[in-house]
Design a protein around this ligand. Structure first.
Ligand SMILES: [Zn+2]
Ligand SMILES: [Zn+2]
Length: 362
């Protein structure tokens, strides 16, 4: 009797395990952004935490989330100086990378080795990515820590610059020293839901990479209420999708930050990205004075256009991964028609929208 019950239970358990597995199929939601001339577009998150510092997930969970959310590359950047769980988990600085790596290989996610050098503001928090070993970066002097990361071939960027307020988060002498030594390669213009316009300006002026990162501590799903349907991410325009290729693109500042249906970057990248995203078809219908045209958006960003020229509707919303019909009034002649707009949610400078032209072939 007992054994029969046991048997029933074990087959039931096996059955439910199989069902759970089937339900938890490893489905990846794709993030669609087109490549731009000369470069492949990839999406990365260079700033996340796990239980090995002040995060609340095991490192492999970060990889599972990255796969499911359509992210190509991720860095786990646990704090060196702040490990509140160390009474219960190891304080080995390299542990989160080592634990996550086998899962990253199986899930085809590029795992970039990183850490967060965590000092009071100023200088503030800095991420070092593409490093080899976190242990030697654990040194008392801030500049020594950065130098060690650089010596390992690391790329160092300034995190959430104004998180302690704009006064503390100014570009100070220490940042100037880092920049002069070429030890700072970028700044987070976007950290979670927060955009830092000053950082955007500094990046443009000083030739630094703009980064958009999640800085997730809790499981990704718990953050989604703050950040919308996806986390803050960095688009990287790479020559080749390898660790060296991503690092080369960061060093050449070929990046843009994407979050909350806003893209922050440089005109030289975001202009081509818009052009590669949008298809304008020949007018499919016209009467004596108006015409109707289809415009397709092959990207994951909904572009919000405001007219700057004299033709076309006052505003056009080009929804992500979708097609719209636009009516253009008072059209005459047979020449191509160019509609001039600016994209309000694509910023090429603080408060500076990307100018674009939509040409309707005739
Ligand atoms: Zn931080
Ligand atoms: Zn952080």
């Amino acid at each position: 009797m007992i054994s029969k019950l046991k048997l029933a239970c074990s087959s039931l358990c096996i059955l439910s395990a199989v069902t759970a597995n089937a339900a938890a199929a490893d489905t990846r939601s794709e993030i669609q952004f087109p490549d731009i001339p000369g470069y492949k577009t990839i999406v990365a998150d260079f700033h996340t935490h796990t239980v090995f510092s002040d995060g609340f997930v095991w490192p492999t969970v970060r990889i599972d989330e990255a796969w499911r959310e359509g992210i190509d590359a991720i860095a786990i950047t646990d704090h060196i100086e702040y490990q509140p769980h160390k009474e219960y988990v190891s304080d080995d600085h390299n542990a989160s990378y080592n634990v996550a790596l086998p899962t990253a290989r199986r899930k085809n996610i590029m795992l970039i080795k990183g850490t967060e050098i965590t000092r009071d503001t100023p200088p503030g928090h800095f991420n070092a990515v593409f490093i080899k070993d976190v242990d030697p970066i654990d040194t008392p002097k801030f500049m020594d820590a950065v130098e060690t990361a650089i010596d390992q071939g690391g790329f160092v960027f300034w995190n959430h610059p104004a998180w302690k307020g704009t006064k503390k988060g100014r570009w100070k002498r220490v940042h100037h020293r880092l920049h002069k030594k070429k030890w700072i390669g970028g700044i987070e213009v976007l950290n979670g839901a927060v955009y830092y316009p000053k950082a955007h300006k500094w990046c443009l002026k000083k030739g630094l990479a703009m980064l958009g990162n999640s800085d997730y501590h809790a499981p990704s799903m718990l953050h989604h209420s703050e950040t919308g349907d996806h986390r803050a991410l960095t688009l990287v325009f790479v020559k080749e999708f390898t660790q060296d290729g991503v690092k080369e693109a960061l060093n050449d500042a070929r990046t843009a930050a994407w979050g909350q249906n806003r893209m922050i970057g440089r005109k030289e990248h975001l202009g081509p990205l818009f052009d590669a995203s949008i298809e304008v078809f020949p007018a499919h219908y016209s009467d004596e004075k108006d015409l109707w045209v289809e415009i397709k958006n092959n990207s994951h960003l909904t572009y919000k256009l405001k007219r700057t020229g004299d033709k076309g509707p006052g505003t056009i919303t080009l929804s992500a991964d979708a097609r719209v019909i636009v009516r253009v009034e008072n059209v005459s002649g047979n020449a191509d028609i160019t509609l001039e707009y600016e994209v309000e949610n694509v910023l090429i400078g603080p408060k500076e929208a990307l100018p674009v032209a939509l040409t309707i072939p005739r």
